[in-house]
Design a protein around this ligand. Structure first.
Ligand code: NIG
Ligand code: FE
Length: 413
């Protein structure tokens, strides 16, 4: 079936087919097509142009002079979880730090205790609600991590839920095994025993059952160190799982180098970034993923995007949606924060949330830009004066309709 979208003020992110990632000065290149129309066939973008739209017996959609953007690609979430942690939020308001809460048995272990008690059906229902909500703010594809199970059964349960979600709702999903997210209580004092369990049992089971696309570890003081990171990433590599890692959130301890040397697709967080870390990233092909909602929620530094962009490192933006450090999956807000707090230009932030987010999931040949032949995953905005108005009017949802793979999946009145 062919559908024509007409009366578009501009289509944003019309990258050429060969552009699968942008970096350095290229991060500011955001090709647009003004006074435009868009023709889609089934789930694909068939044609685009300016001026008078083609004639034919298409289904017609009037964009109302709004903008068309490629849907956001949220390349880092922990959207499968049980319960919430607003008690810890209040504890932090009253002066405790994230690390202090974790040391008292809160944090990731708090979520792990809740998740182990939850059934697959309960987890699916809660995550489906979250996915429906993020779709309304323009997200068209997500990555989902495990990491709140911390036993073989519970980690595999999380990944099975993530795989089922891909069948139950329209957004495409990539999954990541994050068994080494925190040391579970049963292994207190025996970190190497837990790492052995992750490497020798969890990774092989997840890979054999086809449940994981990537391998992750929380490389951080008080969690897992560089030697643990090397062991886990190398065990993942044996099973074809490429790294996407949590590094440099609170301390720079060498996680960037360990990940980049092992072919990481992305290194995520990077709130504490040393020059050596940037040197390692230059020319590596690894994407630096910033998580501005986490910086906002935990009141920690923002990832130094300007330093990364100046060094020619590709930057992506994701939400980190999780109950402890970012209980929001609002990519539009993440883009606005990237502009306001990381001094990214709107063009850079939009690219970071679309084409580079897609690249951080090895999906930029299919999505992340408005390019002929790619998936028809895009959103239509209300009338706006320019595309910069979207991050400028932060907190408002200016997205009126969201399409994923050619299908209307959300309408905001
Ligand atoms: O990406 N930093 C590690 N993991 C999550 C937070 C986990 C939690 O607090 O539940 C993050 O911020
Ligand atoms: Fe995270």
């Amino acid at each position: 079936m062919q559908t024509l979208i007409h009366n578009i003020k501009a289509i944003v992110g019309c990258h050429a087919k060969e552009v699968l990632l942008v970096k350095g000065r290229g991060m500011k290149d955001l090709p647009i097509l003004e006074n435009a129309w868009l023709l889609m066939e089934d789930d694909r973008i068939l044609n685009m142009g300016t001026g008078t739209p083609p004639e034919g017996t298409f289904e017609q959609i009037d964009a109302g002079n709004g903008f068309v953007f490629p849907t956001w690609v949220d390349s880092h979430t922990h959207i499968v979880y049980a319960g919430n942690r607003e008690g810890e939020f209040v504890d932090r308001i009253n002066g405790l730090t994230y690390e202090e809460i974790a040391r008292r048995g809160g944090g990731i272990l708090n979520s792990a205790a809740k998740l182990r008690l939850a059934s697959e059906d309960e987890l699916i229902e809660a995550a489906l609600n979250r996915l429906t909500n993020v779709t309304k703010t323009g997200t068209g594809a997500v990555e989902i991590k495990s990491g709140y199970g911390l036993t073989i059964d519970a980690e595999l349960k999380m990944l099975r839920v993530a795989r089922k979600l891909a069948q139950l709702q329209p957004l495409p999903i990539r999954t990541t095994l994050l068994g080494a997210h925190a040391l579970p209580l049963e292994y207190k004092g025996n970190k190497s025993g837990y790492i052995q369990l992750v490497c020798e049992e969890m990774i092989p089971r997840a890979a054999e059952e086809g449940l994981a696309d990537y391998i992750d570890i929380f490389c951080e003081e008080g969690y897992f160190d560089v030697a643990d990171t090397e062991r886990v990433l190398e065990a993942g590599a044996k099973w074809g799982l490429k790294p996407k890692t949590h590094v440099n959130q609170f301390n720079a301890i060498g996680g960037v180098k360990a990940s980049v040397e092992r072919g990481a697709i992305s290194v995520d967080h990077l709130e504490e970034l040393e020059d050596d870390d940037i040197d390692v990233l230059i020319g590596s092909g690894t994407i630096a993923t910033a998580l501005p909602l986490c910086s906002l929620f935990l009141t920690i530094p923002y990832t130094p995007a300007r330093r990364l962009i100046a060094a020619g490192v590709p930057v992506a933006i994701a939400t980190d949606y999780n109950p402890g450090s970012s209980p929001s999956g609002n990519m539009s807000l993440a883009v606005a924060l990237a502009c306001m707090k990381m001094r990214m230009n709107p063009e850079e932030a939009i690219n970071a949330a679309t084409i580079n987010g897609a690249a951080a999931l090895e999906w930029s040949d299919q999505m992340g830009s408005m390019t002929l032949g790619k998936k028809a995953s895009f959103f239509i905005t209300r009338e706006m004066t320019s595309y910069a108005y979207l991050p400028y009017s932060f907190g408002d949802n200016l997205i009126s309709r969201v399409f994923v793979n050619g299908k209307l999946v959300a309408t905001n009145s």
